[in-house]
Design a protein around this ligand. Structure first.
Ligand code: NOJ
Length: 560
């Protein structure tokens, strides 16, 4: 199954792009470069069938080069019945025909390499589609070769489900198979059966899959929910949460939130598997990002990514709340720094599972300016920034009428919860073209008319657009060792202003942000004022040892 083109084999991604970065940031690209999560389905549709594809992505690679990102991380592209839009895989060794084929993929890697861009894949291996041939075989009877590849359990004496586990989408995590006369476990929808990570053949196959794609030249993986890989063999009931008051009210519509997930996920048995995955990836100098979704994030971060045996980077799920504001974000940053100083995180303030940030941010705001200042803050945190497609345009959450809903989670919980389609709509390329230049065909999700004024062609013409500002900021960031590598502490924070200190070797960089429509001032009280840094595109000023921040502006200075 390997590529026959010798040029495509092995460690192709090791040439480093030309950069002005400080000398000590030339290794570990994944630590210093910005990563961009591409929602392939909605990026660009080259074959005009309404669904974005790999050829479309390849055609637009220069967009990423201009933006200045180091790598793109693709949402799942493997063959799938798409009941959860690729998070339900039925063949890990092929691309879904909607996205293209392996030749298209190889061409993507070749073209990306030419531009010094790395490509990461999203590996969803905690579960497969129920249409995967492994599951179809497994459910036949209790003795077939794949019988133990999934998590099967007998009904209780009264016929009910084996235990109290709930899916993340909010219903019992067990479904019945009449062929086998048993229940199978699914942490997501009933169309997504959980693989049995207690079975060594399953783990060997996971390593084969990863190696197949590493050989094709991918530079790393986002592992979808690695903390869900293993379940408790004894199938013990999860206990109820002790502190229900800590759960945001809107989450109470989901019974999953009522439990402490200690037996269906977050199992220590996952760690040896993760170590084997890491060893394989290290051979290819590939990066591992893990989307660790847990009610105990900070504890899990230390467990999953605090060592050479785990992920290089894990995300901080708390940074994606349903209602955002500066104090909430500062609280997450502070808790992270206090609890996880050995962990290198990746920060996402948006992703394919949550409503777009400018729509989640509390209060009335000038949305493009809010987007620009929050992006600057995001890109100034300790860790790897991962942008989600559309962040760079400051897109707001699209409105999707019920009849157009695609997301299975949304269909289940609408209208209390509108689902995840609103952040997954096609990227607006050109406000003058039908379907905003994404496709000539009706797209799989409608384009919100409000996105036209944010289209890429519009923003490219305006030096003060969110797109141009974030480009400028990414370029500037590349040359600031304290931001790329330094420690981080919070010097001052209030409802709308944050002052960070980033330190690296002898360098000390102050970064101040005003996330509000009112001007703000910060008294510095320093024996010597900082040297004012320019080139980042923000208009904060230093006067008499005070930082002046106009609305939605930032200031950067280096201390002597
Ligand atoms: C986590 C992914 O981020 C989400 O999009 C998906 O629906 C679930 N895993 C289930 O696969």
């Amino acid at each position: 199954m390997k590529s026959s083109d010798p040029q495509l084999q092995g460690k192709r991604n090791n040439q480093r792009p030309q950069t002005q970065r400080p000398a000590d940031t030339q290794d570990d690209w994944w630590k210093y470069g910005v990563i961009y999560q591409v929602n392939v389905r909605s990026f660009f549709d080259a074959n005009n069938d309404g669904v974005g594809d790999i050829k479309g992505l390849t055609a637009k690679l220069d967009y990423f080069v201009e933006l200045g990102v180091a790598a793109i991380a693709l949402t799942p592209v493997f063959t799938s019945p798409m009941s959860d839009f690729g998070f339900d895989v039925s063949d890990y060794y092929s691309l879904d025909p909607a996205f293209g084929d392996l030749d298209d993929f190889d061409a993507l890697i070749r073209e990306a390499n030419k531009r010094g861009l790395r490509v990461l894949l999203d590996i969803v291996i905690s579960h497969t589609s129920v249409q995967h041939p492994w599951f179809l075989e497994s459910k036949q009877d209790r003795n077939n070769p794949k019988a133990d590849w999934y998590v099967w359990a007998d009904a209780q004496a009264d016929g009910t489900v084996p235990n109290n586990w709930q899916t993340t989408f909010g219903h019992p995590a067990w479904s019945w198979s009449s062929t086998r006369g048993q229940y199978y476990l699914h942490n997501a929808t009933s169309r997504q059966a959980d693989l049995n990570f207690h079975n060594s053949e399953v783990i060997a196959e996971v390593l084969n899959i990863l190696q197949f794609w590493l050989e094709r030249g991918v530079a790393g993986f986002r592992l979808d929910c690695p903390n869900l890989y293993t379940h408790d063999k004894k199938l013990r009931n999860n206990p109820a949460r002790r502190n229900m008051a800590a759960i945001p009210e809107e989450a109470l519509i989901n019974p999953f939130e009522y439990q402490l997930q200690i037996y269906n996920q977050n199992r220590p048995e996952t760690l040896p598997t993760l170590a084997r995955i890491r060893r394989l990836c290290d051979r290819y100098e590939a990066a591992l990002l893990g989307s660790v979704t847990s009610s105990a994030t900070f504890e899990m971060l230390n467990i999953y990514s605090g060592s050479q045996e785990g992920l290089q980077m894990a995300n901080i799920y708390e940074a994606l709340p349903s209602v955002c504001n500066l104090p909430g974000l500062v609280d997450v940053v502070r808790t992270f720094e206090e609890n996880c100083d050995q962990v290198w995180p990746y920060w996402m303030l948006n992703n394919h599972d949550v409503a777009r940030l400018v729509s989640r941010w509390e209060g009335d705001h000038d949305a493009p300016r809010l987007a620009a200042i929050v992006l600057a803050l995001h890109l100034s945190l300790r860790g790897t920034p991962v942008l989600f497609q559309g962040d760079e345009l400051g897109l707001e959450e699209a409105y999707i009428p019920f009849d157009n809903l695609c997301d299975p989670y949304g269909k289940l919980s609408w209208p209390q919860y509108m689902g995840r389609d609103g952040c997954r709509t096609p990227l607006p390329w050109d406000d003058n073209l039908p379907q905003a230049g994404f496709s000539t065909h009706k797209p799989w999700l409608p384009i919100d008319p409000r996105h036209l004024s944010h289209a890429i062609n519009v923003q490219q013409k305006d030096p003060e657009s969110v797109l141009r500002r974030v480009q400028r900021f990414i370029q500037w960031r590349e040359e600031q060792p304290e931001i790329l590598l330094g420690s981080m502490s919070i010097i001052h924070a209030d409802a709308s202003v944050l002052l960070l200190l980033r330190k690296h070797k002898g360098g000390r960089l102050l970064a101040a942000f005003n996330v509000s429509y009112e001007p703000a001032e910060i008294e510095l009280n320093l024996p010597q004022p900082p040297e004012v840094l320019n080139g980042h595109g923000f208009a904060g000023e230093l006067r008499d040892n005070r930082i002046y921040l106009p609305p939605y502006e930032a200031f950067f200075g280096r201390l002597p």
